[in-house]
Write a protein that binds this ligand. Sequence first.
Ligand code: ZN
Length: 229
Amino acid sequence: MYDKGTIDGYTVTAMDGTKFFGSNKKKCTDCLTIEKDGKTHSFHSGVVMSTIGEGPTLVLDFDMYKPGEDSTDKDEGELSVAKRLLSEVVSRQRNVIDIVVYDALACNSVWINHCISNQVDTVVRVKKNNNNSVKEVKKKTNKMEPVEVWVDENGYKEIKVYESLFYMDNVERNLRYVKYAMKDNNNADGRRRQLSARTQIMIVTTCLKLSLKSIYKMIRASTTPQEIQ
Ligand SMILES: [Zn+2]
């Protein structure tokens, strides 16, 4: 289906946690529930895996949260659904997916090791309060010089790119940490954009050979515009 891949020759997909159904009246035995304003709200949630980048967005598969099997913690529960989903997709269509992009809840050894064992590369956003190995590489990279500086890129005045190799706790293979620091343009009329003039995106990836531009494209393609500005 994607002979030439979806981004720079790679077939890239993104994971997205989604709520599928919600009601204060109807429910079934597989429903999740939350108490809100004294009412019990019943719902289902799950994770969708779809292609991102060029070509039509194709939903490859989705999986639902299973009460009793998946953790009741929101992030942990979503992660266990996502792991099952990735295994299902890969076992059905080996070598179709090159890279899976996921948000910060997947920035941990559990997800990264799961991708490695499924022979799929992953790009994940970095959580604010992460494990020690990520904190250390963050600090170390902050003191370094940028490896690339892009001028007038993507509506930004300047993007400085920093990177380091590091080992995450409990992951055997070395990983790559990349930081994109964007400096915003002022609008033509001199007014600043509503949001901050400086934005940072930090990611961790298993993919050591991917170009910094390709990673940036993947992150942009997996994120809604509001999130990235
Ligand atoms: Zn239900």
